[in-house]
Design a protein around this ligand. Structure first.
Ligand code: ATP
Ligand code: MG
Length: 634
């Protein structure tokens, strides 16, 4: 940690009131807060108590005076070949139309609205309209299966659902309406009304009279709508967002209004260095936390233009992202390691032929960033590429470099240091004692959690405490359920989830460490390692690797030779103890739609068990490959 950042960070921990009161100036308040922090009921933290503000006001209205004519939102779709953009003034008008339409349907402050939509501007309008009138949005990733959607409906009990006829991905349309109908049949607490934005993707879409309403028709009735902002006390809920469910039943993360606005504004300034008038390009989806924080709210609060891209990184060719950066002069980019690994398979010339002069840096999050991928993208771009670590629960980064304060040196594969406001510790699993240098331990945060983090689990304070604050006996700390390590220079490394551990012959190895070693072999694009039961050693690692050039594994001899080579790479990097029992070669890995590898499902298959709930899987074909590979012997 550099000296400048250290001072900034330490102040945030030692004087949170002073620190956050200062950051709070980055947003508008209709009524000033009486108290920065109320921590009278640990671990529940209430920030900016008594203050009144509104996320939509801060994202839209307050920019009208100076930036009304500046682009606020650019929608680009390589799926339907469409480009639409909206100035702050136009965004303001669209948001008020949707707000008026929701009010006309009886939606009031505190009511929940499920947003089940593809990456189209109307999704952004709907989210901001909810924020404007104090309705609580719960965005569900478009295309989630009917039972996943029904489970979220029953937990959130929405007054309204806003959806579309369908989404598009890699040239294929995913029709939503039958999923919506099915989810409403399954749900015990379905909403009374469903507003559908018709993109013309589903010519045979069925509508239920009295329940299903047309977005365009409603909008036409409210063209000149003026809906004033509803000022909300800082701690009132803004949204519910369910976690990805990589580790089980999704939890309804509830977020506040004031703390979230301040945390986002502070992160935009100090972490992402996004200046008003610049453009941010975040390649996530509005269904995930990254989309909430850094497609919709963060850049708009900062007065930036935000890009909403509907499409994949390799269509029409692997240069599409860089063309977008060039055409829209993006200065800040945010993506995920999984996408970079996809790009890594194609030639850098796709990147190099575009003018990337506007780009300051790229941030990556969502899963471990292996060293070879980090090195590759940073070399290719010639710009700082920052790994940073956070969770749906926290809403903004927990571990990150903070280049707005100090441009500290980047270590490959490391998300650098604790972000300001997080009293982050590495605690030993057994006794919650602090771990030493290079000692693997649980990433934890001493509460109160900073502004922007979850206030509770929706409707279930007990689950909030039980899930997140009960890992260590006699010590109230937030557990991230991830392993981490800190080196002698103070840099952190995330070693995977606390349940992704392989216990082999008494040694506890993180799957991440072995994956990192496998990926060091130049022929490997990415891989997944799981622990499978072994009669002698307890557990053994088993690896599934995607090769860059399929020609290398086109013959049994080629496969065997490469498997040997990769095993040697692991031996050299960690030691023979970590050598996988087998390395199976596949062309893709089973992942959730948010890009996280479904290790638990792979492990289940490898041990001959049921792979579990697969509704969030991106491509079921990936699992078939795992089955085929396993059929050939472990
Ligand atoms: P669930 O909690 O429902 O199982 P999830 O944890 O996959 O789902 P998210 O909140 O989207 O849902 O993901 C957060 C997790 O992603 C972190 O806890 C961590 O395991 C992983 N992660 C995020 N960023 C990084 C990073 N930079 N390096 C390593 N891991 C990361
Ligand atoms: Mg999680």
């Amino acid at each position: 940690m550099g000296t400048k950042y250290r001072a900034f960070y330490e102040r945030s921990i030692k004087d949170p009131d002073g620190f956050w009161a200062e950051q709070a100036k980055l947003v508008d308040w209709a009524k000033p807060f009486a108290k920065v922090l109320d921590y009278s009921r640990p671990p529940f933290a209430r920030w900016f108590v008594g203050g009144e503000t509104n996320l939509c006001h801060n994202a839209v209205d307050r920019h009208l005076a100076g930036r009304g004519a500046q682009k606020a939102l650019v929608y680009l779709s390589t799926e339907v070949n469409e480009e639409r953009s909206f100035t702050f003034a136009e965004l303001h008008a669209e948001v008020q139309r949707v707000a008026a339409m929701m009010l006309s349907l009886g939606v009031r402050k505190g009511d929940r609205v499920i947003v089940y939509m593809p990456m189209i501007p109307e999704a952004c309008f709907t989210i901001l309209a909810c924020a404007r009138i104090g309705a609580i949005h719960s965005v569900v990733f478009g295309g989630f299966a009917a039972n996943s959607l029904a489970a979220r409906i029953d937990d959130a009990r929405p007054k309204l659902m806003v959806t579309a006829d369908g989404g598009m991905r890699a040239g294929k349309s995913i029709l939503y309406k039958h999923l919506v109908d099915e989810s409403l049949r399954l749900a015990k607490h379905p909403p009374e009304k469903v507003v559908i934005f018709d993109r013309g993707l589903d010519k045979n879409m069925a509508r239920t009279a009295g329940r299903d309403l047309d977005y365009a028709e409603l909008r036409a009735r409210h063209m000149d709508a003026q809906v004033p902002v509803t000022w909300l006390e800082a701690n009132e809920p803004s949204y519910i967002l369910y976690t990805s469910g990589t580790t089980g039943k999704p939890k309804g993360v509830q977020r506040d209004v004031g703390g979230y606005a301040v945390a986002l504004a502070a992160s935009m300034k100090h972490i992402y260095c996004g200046e008003p008038g610049e453009t941010m390009f975040t390649t996530s989806d509005i269904g995930w936390v990254v989309g909430h924080s850094y497609i919709v709210y963060g850049p708009l609060i900062a007065g930036m233009t935000t890009i909403m891209y509907e499409g994949v990184p390799i269509r029409p060719d692997p240069g599409i992202w860089w063309k977008i950066v060039q055409d829209h002069k993006a200065s800040v980019m945010f993506s995920a390691p999984t996408a970079i690994r996809v790009l890594k398979k194609s030639d850098v010339s796709y990147m190099r032929k575009h003018d990337l002069a506007s780009l300051k840096h790229l941030f990556l999050a969502g899963e471990p960033l292996d060293e070879p991928t980090h090195r590759w993208i940073m070399d290719a771009l010639g710009r700082p590429v920052y790994d940073h670590y956070w969770q749906t629960e926290t809403g903004w980064p927990m571990l990150t470099a903070v280049p707005g304060i100090e441009k500290t040196e980047i270590k490959f594969g490391s998300p650098s240091f604790p972000a300001f406001g997080y009293d982050l510790r590495l605690l030993r699993e057994a006794d919650a004692a602090e771990a030493g240098v290079d000692e693997k331990a649980v990433v934890a945060v001493v509460p109160p959690l900073p502004p922007g983090c979850l206030s509770t689990v929706w409707g279930d304070d007990e689950r909030f405490v039980d899930t997140y604050f009960s890992s260590f006996r006699d010590k109230l700390v937030y557990s991230s359920f991830d392993w981490g390590i800190r080196d002698k220079d103070g840099y952190y490394f995330i070693l995977g989830r606390t349940d992704d551990v392989i216990n082999t012959a008494g040694h506890r190895l993180g799957t991440r460490e072995i994956e990192e070693a496998v990926s060091m072999h130049p022929a490997i694009a990415e891989c997944a390692v799981v622990g499978v039961s072994d009669q002698v050693k307890g557990q053994m690692p088993l690896a599934f690797a995607v090769v860059k050039d399929p020609a290398r594994i086109s013959t049994p001899d080629g496969r065997a030779a490469l498997e040997k080579e990769v095993m040697k790479t692991v031996d050299d990097a960690i030691g023979a103890i970590a050598r996988p029992r087998r390395i199976h070669f596949v062309t893709l890995l089973p992942k959730t739609r948010s890009g996280k590898t479904l290790r638990r499902s792979i492990q289940a298959l490898a041990e001959g068990r049921d792979p579990g709930d697969l509704t969030t899987i991106e491509d079921p074909g990936a699992l078939e490959q795992i089955k085929t590979a396993l059929g050939g012997g472990q």
